[in-house]
Design a protein around this ligand. Structure first.
Ligand code: FAD
Ligand code: DLZ
Ligand code: SF4
Length: 507
């Protein structure tokens, strides 16, 4: 009996569980380009193009290996435009009643598979270093799920940068030497572009015709197959990894990449595996090409943060998406979707996101994420934005980062304190403030930076929740020592900014 083997657009590796469990002589691989996925949120056009081009190339590679692939193109007239519809169509075509699938990275897609009138075997997605059950066992009975402890276990488990059972260099974490402020001599990196080949060109034309979402499609610079992703990895390790740590949190106008990897999209699609990426960094450090703090800091992002957020996603389940611990209800300001803003830092990050479908972690966390949290935006809307606009965004990784880390909507499951800051942090880490219409040194009144005003508004409106937080008590003491008149002017100024947002006026 023929079985259908579902391979989703972000499961593009020969090692994915459903393909490993399948038999090429008997089973049919089902891959489907569908509007249902392309419009589940308004995905950035470059993200859609990357997925479709990579799917087409992966399907061709499977066929080359002798697999039978039933591939639905987006413009195929018989395409039902949903994953379920295509599975049902292929089930009828091949007289199949059983589907082998790998667990999707979005709860919505899993629910859709469960609802099918076919026998669907969903296998765990084991492209991660930490299995779901392993994370659940790690989390069981812990009062706090802190990433740092999880990370150490992952170092021990993988042996990455370990020497005789101890962390290389005698420390688990070298961040003390990392995360320098913005300086004029930061690396102005221009990672190599992957010029569109005919497969990519065809997809770009298709995406141009079918999708009218926020974001520029061209120029399209991404690799769309494993060979390209490996080249991108090699280039990063040779050119940018050496300065990764020290430049990790810096932001420069017109310099989107600095020393960042630009590898998340490839890992999340399946074109690169997390362990091979970390081994490449480790080898560069062993060969003396990369300082220890850069290699450790980079590896921590992958075997630490990446694996940890995936564990949180699996542990918490679909209800996590509705969390709103701080009861924030504001609409997402229009400037997130390209409308005008006078805030130079926000304009830079949103503009770069529109053009490249990419922003690095601190831009996501401390500019757009910080502003949404300070302004009290509904975390569900913030989640939808992040899931839409970034080239690497899939729910399993995006939701814990947005709902948990960035918006504190899980009430502190993922982080012990909210990531909020006034303009001073952005000023230290970037060069945006100099050319801004607002003045970062002005705390109240004419020209005051909105981050300065909203920072206090946030702390005061959530005082009951955070006043006893040991990492935040100091800020409340600062506030209490301020002059009474000054405090009311700050809160009135913040209220005026929020009113402008609510009226849809330019902020
Ligand atoms: P680098 O800065 O060079 O880091 C190296 C690698 O570490 C990345 O490729 C990534 O795989 C991993 N990594 C680093 N930080 C994290 C993290 N917090 N969580 C998971 N992996 C991490 N990352 C995604 O892959 N998809 C998302 O949808 C996503 N959404 C985010 C939303 C918010 C609000 C925030 C604050 C962060 C989000 N991140 C997400 C994490 C991080 O911003 C990106 O992984 C990173 O910017 C990708 O660019 P890079 O490859 O150049 O990363
Ligand atoms: C994100 C996405 C898009 C835009 N398009 C497709 C598609 O046409 N076909 C497909 O199989 N997958 C697509 N995806 C990825 C799925 O939405 C993804 O598998 C889920 O979001 C789970 O991570
Ligand atoms: Fe951003 Fe404020 Fe600096 Fe302007 S002054 S760039 S709004 S932090």
């Amino acid at each position: 009996m023929v079985r259908l083997v579902l391979v989703l657009g972000d499961q593009l590796t020969r090692d994915v569980a459903a393909l490993r469990a399948a038999e090429p002589s008997r089973d049919v691989v089902v891959m489907a380009e569908v509007m249902g996925e392309g419009t589940s949120v308004p995905h950035h056009p470059q993200k859609i193009a990357l997925i479709l081009a990579a799917m087409r190339k992966f399907a061709a590679a499977l066929e080359g290996e002798g697999w039978r692939v039933a591939y639905s193109r987006l413009d195929d007239p018989d395409n039902s435009q949903t994953i379920q519809g295509e599975l049902l169509r292929r089930a009828a075509e091949f007289s199949a009643s059983e589907v082998l699938a790998t667990k999707p990275g979005e709860w919505r897609v899993l629910r859709d598979l469960d609802d099918l009138p076919l026998t669907v075997r969903v296998l765990e997605d084991d492209r991660f270093l930490c299995r779901e059950a392993e994370f659940l066992a790690w989390a069981e009975g812990r009062k706090e799920l802190r990433m740092e402890w999880f990370y150490r276990d992952m170092r021990r488990k993988t042996g990455l940068m370990m020497e005789g059972g101890k962390p290389a260099g005698g420390k688990w974490n070298f961040d003390h030497d990392n995360r320098k402020a913005a300086k004029p001599d930061l690396l102005r990196a221009r990672p190599g572009d992957f010029a569109p080949d005919p497969v990519v060109e065809e997809v770009l034309t298709l995406v141009e015709a079918r999708f009218r979402h926020f974001g520029r499609l061209r120029p399209f610079r991404w690799a769309t197959d494993r060979a390209g992703a490996l080249a991108a990895l090699a280039e990063f390790v040779a050119e940018r990894l050496p300065r990764f740590g020290e430049e990790q949190d810096a932001m420069l106008e017109g310099e989107p990449y600095l020393s960042h990897a630009l590898l998340s999209a490839y890992m999340n699609l399946g074109l690169l595996g997390p362990l091979e990426v970390c081994r490449a960094a480790e080898a560069a450090w062993q060969a003396g090409h990369v300082p220890i703090q850069a290699a450790e800091g980079f590896i921590r992002q992958i075997i630490g943060w990446r694996e940890y957020v995936r564990g949180i996603w699996a542990l918490t389940g679909p209800e996590y998406l509705d969390r709103n611990a701080l009861e924030h209800r504001r609409k997402l300001p229009w400037f997130y979707w390209g409308g005008e803003t006078k805030m130079a830092c926000v304009a830079a990050v949103v503009g770069q996101t529109r053009d490249l479908a990419y922003a690095h972690h601190i831009q996501r966390l401390m500019v757009t994420g910080n502003f949404a949290l300070l302004a009290g935006v509904d975390p569900g809307l913030v989640h939808e934005w992040y899931l839409s606009v970034y080239i690497d965004a899939y729910e399993w990784v995006e939701a814990p980062n947005t709902i948990g880390m960035s918006q504190f909507a899980d009430g502190g499951l993922l982080g012990s304190k909210p990531y909020v800051s006034s303009g001073a942090y952005i000023d230290r880490m970037s060069d945006h403030c100099g050319a801004c219409a607002y003045k970062v040194k002005v705390k109240v009144g004419e020209g005051a930076c909105p981050f300065n005003l909203l920072y206090w508004h946030f702390l005061i409106r959530h005082r009951e929740r955070f006043r006893l937080n040991p990492r935040m008590g100091q800020m409340y003491r600062v506030w209490d020592q301020m002059d009474e008149n000054h405090r009311s002017t700050v809160l009135a100024g913040a209220g005026a900014v929020l009113d402008r947002l609510d009226r849809g006026e330019v902020v």
